[in-house]
Ligand binder design. Structure first.
Ligand code: UD1
Ligand code: MG
Length: 454
């Protein structure tokens, strides 16, 4: 049966108090709507239809990568009306899966169960039993336990309000039947809306025995209506991501203080992550990597045995085996550290390659630079790579020792095994194996007297 997904996302989201359409608010690195879209993709939907309305074209523009059929619902006249807008895209033999754009954490297994039930009945509902069912449509069953209809909170009598099994809104339904029932919907109810939920009673009238399956967890069917719910689901999402990583061999000092806003494409075993670490974009982390507190790692590759000390920022960089970074280091885009490299505190690197066993231990800016192996860069070394208009390159060959507080004015090459004296300003290429320094001679004036107060 070809699966056609229909994501309802036209609603207003007033309670977010935001200029951004509700479904564009994010959990992790993805908007609510993208989470639902991603699930639809995993289900191998033949077609993903998204009903949009509030927020208009701005939603489509914000999500250019979605390969979806966008369907405009000009006026939001209810969930049934929203589905009617998609009717012309539904074929009789389709399995239509209805999802909500603001329910981001729905699991694939729940939806798989729902779709499986279509083999037994043309309509299957995902329900959940809640301690506090207020606000939801209630599942009204007969004495024998068969689903009779759904009654919305606003239309329910006091007995019906006591029912704790509620409609999640997620359903699977055969295309032909759905179209027949949609044609019979009206808006004679408390909200004067075309309720999709009225389809249930129409199906029962047609002699359909409706199937239900229970959501695996309450959180997976929660919708986002306000910022508190958004924050709650963010934490639910982060906890589940941390759980997955722990299964792969990652230890967290506190999984509740870890955030991933992207993906770990690969992660090794015996990785230790301290509190308040954020992983962004696409990262890879090898075996036995230790990440200290308060580090942000974005689009980076961290190889085996690396230690990242607290408060370091690493972006679009590669850190080779057994290297050590931080505390308070900033590796900017284009930084590639080979093996056994040390980048210490208050060091900033950009577009820089560092060879095996080299060290930049303290307080330096190294940009547009190529450093060989076994190089030692002294504290306070600066590459002067920018003349205000253009950027130039500094090359530091193997075995070089740069004394503290050196400025390297690019373009310049410090040749193999050069020793640069502390406090030098190097403007010309050096000779290999030399001692090179540029420093005014030190003088001591023995007869000098300190001024005295008049
Ligand atoms: C709906 C269900 C209710 C269920 C609850 C679960 C109906 C009539 N009621 O109620 O049984 O318990 O969800 O959360 O279906 N939307 C549109 N166009 C519209 C109206 C809504 O696209 O004209 C979209 C919204 O963006 C949202 C979804 O449909 O994603 C649900 O709409 P909402 O207004 O939240 O429905 P509820 O009243 O919560
Ligand atoms: Mg709702």
């Amino acid at each position: 049966m070809p699966i056609k997904t229909l994501i309802l996302a036209a609603g207003k989201g007033t309670r977010m108090r935001s200029s951004l359409p509700k479904v564009l608010h994010k959990i992790g690195d993805k908007s609510l709507l993208e989470h639902v879209y991603k699930l639809s993709e995993q289900l191998e939907s033949e077609e993903i239809n998204i009903v949009y309305g509030h927020g208009g074209e701005s939603i489509i523009q914000a999500l250019p990568d979605l390969d979806a059929n966008w369907i405009l619902q000009e006026k939001q006249l209810g969930t049934g009306h929203a589905v009617m807008q998609a009717e012309s895209f539904i074929n009789d033999e389709d399995a239509v899966l209805i999802l909500y754009g603001d329910v981001p954490l729905l699991s694939k297994s729940s939806v798989d169960n729902l779709l499986l039930q279509l083999n037994e009945s043309p309509l299957s509902l995902l329900t959940v039993t809640l301690d506090n069912p207020a606000g939801y449509g209630r599942i009204v069953r007969s004495k024998e336990g068969k689903v009779r209809r759904i009654v919305e909170e606003k239309d329910a009598n006091s007995d019906e309000k006591l029912i704790s099994e509620v409609n999640t809104g997620i359903m699977a339904v055969k295309g032909g039947k759905l179209k027949g029932w949609l044609a019979q919907l009206d808006n004679n109810n408390a909200q004067n809306e075309y309720y999709l939920t009225d389809v249930i009673e129409l199906a029962v009238k047609d002699g359909v025995e409706i199937q239900t399956c229970q959501a695996i967890s309450e959180d997976e069917v929660l919708g986002v209506n306000n910022r508190a719910q958004l924050a709650h689901l963010e934490r639910v999402y982060q906890n589940s991501e941390a759980d997955k990583l722990m299964e792969k061999g990652v230890s967290f000092r506190d999984p509740a203080r870890f955030d991933i806003r992207g993906q770990l494409l690969d992660v090794g075993q015996d990785v230790e992550i301290d509190v308040n670490v954020i992983i962004e974009g696409e990262c890879t982390i090898g075996n036995r990597v230790k990440i200290g507190a308060n580090c942000i790692i974005k689009n980076a590759t961290i190889h085996d045995g690396v230690e990242i000390l607290p408060n370091s920022l690493i972006e679009e960089a590669e850190v080779g085996k057994r290297s050590s970074v931080g505390p308070y280091a900033r590796l900017r885009p284009g930084t590639v550290l080979a093996e056994d490299v040390k980048v210490g505190n208050f060091v900033e690197t950009k577009k820089t390659k560092v060879g095996n066993g080299s060290k930049i231990s303290h307080l330096s800016y190294i940009g547009d630079c190529e450093i060989g192996s076994l190089v030692n860069i002294g504290a306070g070394t600066i590459t002067c790579n920018y003349d205000g208009v253009n950027k130039f390159k500094t090359i530091i060959e193997d075995g070089v020792f740069i004394g503290s507080d050196t400025q390297l004015v690019a373009p310049v090459t410090v040749a193999k095994n050069t020793t640069v004296g502390a406090g030098s300003t190097i403007t010309k290429n050096t000779t290999a194996e030399s001692l090179t320094l540029s420093r005014s001679k030190q003088v001591s004036i023995a007869s000098w007297k300190r001024p005295v107060k008049k």
